[in-house]
Design a protein around this ligand. Structure first.
Ligand code: F6P
Length: 368
C-alpha cells in the first residue's frame, strides 16, 4: 500500500481528464487513505523546482463536467527541455525520480496516450510504480476498446455533420469536414456513419480523387444535389504525401492538417461542383465530456487506484467486453489500434452506401 501517489496528465487534452482526476482523488483518499499529489504540466512538472500540489476531495469538487485538465498538460515530450540544454534523457529520469522521492511519491497514475504511457513505463522500470489510464480522442490505443474522450469527440463531429447537411442541401454543395485522427480513422469512421456521410476518408484506406469524384457524380445522377465528405487529417491520397500544417523539428511535434482544403480545390476542379471545407480541429477536444465519457473516466480512475492498491504496476486500465481490466503498458503501446480496412464497421458503411474512395470501391457497391 502506498502513502502517497502522484497523478499527471500528458499529451493533448481530451474531455474526461478532470473526471479521472476526481475519481482517483476520491478513491485514493476516501477508500485507501492515500495522499494524492497532482503534478502540473505533465512530466515537466517533475523536473527542476517541480510543479505539484496536494489534491484533496474538496479540490476536485465540481470537476465531472469540466473540460481540459486542472493539472495542465504538455504534448512536446518530457525531453524537450533536456534537448535544449544538451543533457541526456537518463538525467531527466534520475532528476524526476529523485524529486518524487523528496515529495514522497511512491506510485504514479498517468493519464495519456501512446507517447505519454511509453515514458510512464520507463518510470515503472526504474522503480516508480505506474498505472496508466488510456486517453485520446483518436481512440487509437491498443488493448482497450475505448479511450475516454473519444465518444465526446464523436458527438461533436456528428453534430457538425448534421449541421453541414442542412447547409449543403440548401446550396447544392459538396461539404467536406476535416476531423482529427493522425494515424487512425476512428472519429471519421464513426461520425461518418452516425452523421450519414457519403464519403469517409481514413488513413487506413488510401483514396483516389477519381473515385471520390465518381461518387459525387453518381449522386448527382441519382438526383442527390449535395454530398458530405468526412476526412481524417491523416488520410492519404494515393501517390501523394501526408498533408502537414507544420512538419515539426526536434523540439516540436509535427502537426497534420490541410487535407480537407486540398481535397476541396481538387474536387471542385474534377467535378465542377461548388465545394467547401470545414476543419473541426480543437473543437473536438475542448469543453465538457458527455455522460458516457464521465462514467468511463470515473470507472478508469477508480480502477487505476484499486490496481495500484492491489500491488499491480506497469499496467494500464482498459475497457474489454464492457469491463475495466488491466493490461501491461508494454502491450498497449506496442502498436496503435487502427481501423481494420476489412472489418465489420467498414463493411457496414459500404453496405449502407458510403464510399471510402478506394480505387476498387466499385467492387463493394451494387448498382443502384
Ligand atoms: O492525439 C490527439 C490529437 O488530437 C490528434 O488527433 C491531433 O493530430 C493532435 O492531437 C493535435 O495536437 P495539437 O494540440 O498539438 O495540435
Amino acid at each position: 500500500m502506498y502513502g502517497t501517489i502522484g497523478i499527471l496528465t500528458g499529451g493533448g487534452d481530451a474531455p474526461g481528464l478532470n473526471a479521472v482526476i476526481r475519481a482517483v482523488v476520491k478513491t485514493a483518499t476516501c477508500e485507501h487513505g492515500m495522499r494524492v499529489i497532482g503534478v502540473e504540466d505533465g512530466f515537466e512538472g517533475l523536473l527542476g523546482a517541480t510543479k505539484t500540489r496536494l489534491l484533496s476531495p474538496s479540490e476536485v469538487r465540481g470537476l465531472l463536467p469540466r473540460g481540459g485538465t486542472i493539472l495542465g498538460t504538455r504534448n512536446r515530450g518530457f525531453f524537450v527541455e533536456r534537448a535544449k540544454e544538451n543533457r541526456s534523457v537518463e538525467t531527466a529520469y534520475d532528476e524526476a525520480i529523485a524529486n518524487m522521492r523528496v515529495l514522497g511519491i511512491d506510485a504514479l497514475v498517468v493519464l495519456g496516450g501512446e507517447g505519454t504511457l511509453t515514458i510512464a513505463n520507463e518510470f515503472d522500470k526504474r522503480g516508480i510504480r505506474v498505472c496508466g489510464v488510456p486517453k485520446t480522442i483518436d481512440n487509437d490505443l491498443a488493448c482497450t476498446e475505448l479511450t475516454f474522450g473519444f465518444v465526446t469527440a464523436l458527438d461533436i463531429a456528428t453534430e457538425a455533420l448534421d449541421r453541414l447537411h442542412t447547409t449543403a442541401e440548401s446550396h447544392d454543395r459538396v461539404m467536406i469536414l476535416e476531423v482529427m485522427g493522425r494515424h487512425a480513422g476512428w472519429i471519421a469512421l464513426h461520425s461518418g456513419i452516425a452523421g450519414g456521410a457519403d464519403v469517409i476518408l481514413i488513413p487506413e484506406i488510401p483514396f483516389s480523387l477519381q473515385t471520390v469524384a465518381d461518387k459525387i457524380r453518381a449522386r448527382d445522377l441519382a438526383g442527390s444535389n449535395f454530398s458530405i465528405i468526412v476526412v481524417a487529417e491523416g488520410a492519404i491520397e494515393i501517390g501523394h504525401e501526408l498533408v502537414y500544417q507544420d512538419k515539426g523539428d526536434e523540439l516540436h511535434s509535427p502537426r497534420l492538417g490541410g487535407i480537407g482544403n486540398h481535397l476541396q480545390r481538387d474536387l471542385e476542379e474534377a467535378t465542377g461542383r461548388e465545394t467547401r471545407c470545414v476543419v473541426l480541429g480543437h473543437l473536438q477536444r475542448g469543453g465538457r465530456p458527455n455522460a458516457f465519457d464521465r462514467m468511463l473516466a470515473t470507472n478508469f480512475g477508480s480502477c487505476a487506484v484499486r490496481a495500484l492498491a492491489n500491488g499491480e504496476h506497469g499496467v494500464m486500465v482498459a475497457l474489454q467486453a464492457g469491463d475495466v481490466v488491466t493490461v501491461p503498458i508494454t502491450e498497449a503501446v506496442k502498436n496503435i489500434k487502427s481501423v481494420p480496412p476489412n472489418g465489420q464497421l467498414v463493411r457496414t458503411a459500404r453496405d449502407t452506401g458510403i464510399s471510402f474512395g478506394a480505387p476498387d470501391e466499385a467492387n463493394y457497391h451494387k448498382p443502384l
